[in-house]
Write a protein that binds this ligand. Structure first.
Ligand code: ADP
Ligand code: MG
Length: 545
């Protein structure tokens, strides 16, 4: 009673895409099949609790390679398929919305395949033929489904006693031609299979065995981040971090998030003690590892973390992200954005907490990553100003310790209208500025900006808590009381010809020569007009100092 049927149009499209895209992540087929096996066991386990037709079992997933036959077989004792289910679930893309998804696939590059999984059909990326032998507890007979993944599939009766599914892949021949090599034989090698299972399916809840060793499961099964905080030792966390992110040192900080409610996810976030070797170069890739219900999806998801916190490493596991191809990408994006925003708030509050309660620790962090935070404020026209401004610290003319903007305002003189800052190559260079004299006399605190990004950041900020920033190197710095001003005006009038002569002598080198209101000990100083300071102009013109 062999029945041959055509795949539904959508399925044919997806199959075509699978077999014809030169797809670099072929290896994800194993992840997909293991994840299906795990889902099927979930279903059986769940039903066995309520339905007496469904017996429970010792659940497991087994993987067997046969080099001679070039087959790879994935066996599970999950729920299995009835005949209708075989036709329905493997002949069509059952879920609604899948059509829209495939249309998106057509327009976009195929990278999203690797990100969100495409399920069963990915087997055809590596196989010429696939056979599914299966038995459902709801059917008295077993069945075999078979297809070359082009346009048709066949379903036949098949004698199978045990409940569950066995999927056999007939691997494609290796290709060696001018266009390069493509190997499929590697999926028959135990070490390769082991490493793929470790990489993608380590945290699948059921044991995965390779047929060579039925004693010891390849996967670790419970992900660290799904365990409760109290059950995880610091050692385990540090070990996990070092293993997962290839670091030799323990992390500077670990943040464990477990969020439930409208949005459900677990996350382990780490701040490395030292930035990655390429942290400041373009080759550095930010991102968090993304899992869905313990199944690895993506190594560096960039949407989960903003550039300003790009030093953070970690994993995010959410049950709200489905591996279904049926889900629309937009939906995925929305969930990811919500998770990202929750993570961002958490990192901010942890850092803030350090800043307020463990200043030494915060300064260790700040000295390592301050440039990222400052760029974070500068980027996107200050979009993240509110988020980040209270994490910024500067040293000042009055203090060798870092202070925050808030602390600056808390202790500023009552008659002081602005937040003063000065830029220079080093702290000493700034302290030597001639303008410093009068500020010192008045006891005004001046933020010392020594990094290139500092002034760009301040310019983008404009104000802090509505108090404007003011460069002591700008021409309109006005610190003098009225009497002194009148005095200077008078002197300027009586010395007009001298000032004009000086301007003439200096020519185009200066815009104007005038008597200064700001000098204390130094006889002369250069100031810049509105806008950029001299230091910033130097940066922009790239003039070596
Ligand atoms: P998804 O897993 O996203 O639903 P897949 O293409 O991976 O989509 O699988 C299609 C359907 O086939 C699944 O929804 C499931 O009903 C069924 N299925 C796949 N693999 C198995 C299996 N090992 N045991 C039982 N059912 C399976
Ligand atoms: Mg699936």
């Amino acid at each position: 009673m062999s029945k041959t049927q055509a795949f539904k149009t959508e399925s044919q499209k997806l199959l075509h895409l699978m077999t014809h895209s030169i797809y670099t992540q072929k290896e994800i087929f194993l992840r997909e099949l293991i994840s299906n096996a795990s889902d099927a066991i979930d279903k059986r386990h769940f039903l066995s609790l309520t339905d007496e037709k469904v017996p429970s079992d010792t659940y497991q997933i087994k993987i067997t390679a046969d080099k001679e036959k070039r087959t790879l077989t994935i066996t599970d004792n999950g729920i299995g398929f009835t005949e209708e289910e075989l036709i329905q679930n493997l002949g069509t893309i059952a879920q609604s919305g899948s059509k829209a998804f495939i249309e998106k696939l057509d327009q976009n590059d195929t990278n999203i395949i690797g990100q969100f999984g495409v399920g069963f059909y990915s087997a055809f990326m590596v196989s010429d033929k696939v056979e599914v032998r299966t038995r459902s507890p709801f059917s008295p007979e077993g069945f075999i489904w078979s297809s070359d993944g082009v346009s048709e599939f066949t379903v036949d009766l098949f004698e199978k006693d045990s409940i569950g599914t066995e999927i056999t892949l007939y691997l494609k021949e290796d290709i060696e031609d001018e266009e390069g090599n493509e190997s499929f034989s590697e999926y028959l090698e135990t070490y390769e299979l082991r490493s793929l299972i470790k990489k993608y399916s380590d945290y699948v809840r059921y044991p995965i065995y390779l047929s060579e060793d039925l004693e010891k499961p390849v996967n670790q099964m419970t992900p660290l981040w799904q365990r409760s905080k109290a059950d995880i030792t610091e050692e385990a966390l540090n070990g996990f971090y070092k293993h997962q992110f290839n670091d030799f040192e323990d992390p500077m900080k670990v943040i464990h998030m477990s969020v439930e409610g409208m949005l459900t996810f677990n996350s382990l976030l780490f701040i490395p003690k030292k930035p990655a070797y390429n942290f400041y170069s373009e080759t550095y890739e930010k991102g968090l590892q993304l899992y869905s219900k313990g199944v690895f999806i993506q190594d560096k998801n960039k949407d989960l973390i903003g550039d300003h916190f790009k030093f953070v490493k970690g994993v995010v596991d959410s049950s709200d992200l489905s591996l279904n191809i049926s889900r629309e990408l937009l939906q995925q994006d929305r969930q990811l954005k919500k998770i990202a925003s929750s993570i961002e708030k958490k990192i901010k509050s942890e850092l803030q907490n350090w800043l307020e309660n463990d200043r030494d620790k915060y300064i260790e962090f700040y000295d390592t990553y301050k440039t990222s935070l400052k760029y974070g404020i500068y980027q996107n026209f200050g979009l993240h100003k509110e988020l980040l401004q209270d994490l910024i610290l500067f040293k000042t003319n009055l203090s060798d310790d870092y202070i925050s903007f808030k602390e600056y305002l808390d202790r500023k003189k009552t008659d002081q209208k602005d937040i003063y800052y000065a830029t220079g190559k080093s702290k000493q260079a700034i302290l030597n500025l001639p303008q410093m004299g009068i500020l010192k006399e008045k006891g005004f605190e001046v933020l010392l900006l020594t990094e290139e990004v500092d002034e760009f950041m301040i310019q983008v900020m404009g104000t802090y808590n509505e108090v404007p920033f003011k460069s002591i190197q700008s021409a309109d710095l006005d610190l003098v009381d009225e009497d002194k001003k009148k005095d200077i005006e008078k002197k300027s009038e009586s010395n007009k010809s001298l000032l004009e002569a000086m301007k003439e002598a200096l020519g185009d080198k200066v815009k104007e020569v005038r008597l200064s209101k700001r000098l204390k000990d130094a006889p002369v100083c250069l100031v810049s007009g509105e806008g950029l300071s001299l230091e910033m102009e130097k940066v922009l013109k790239n003039v070596p100092n």
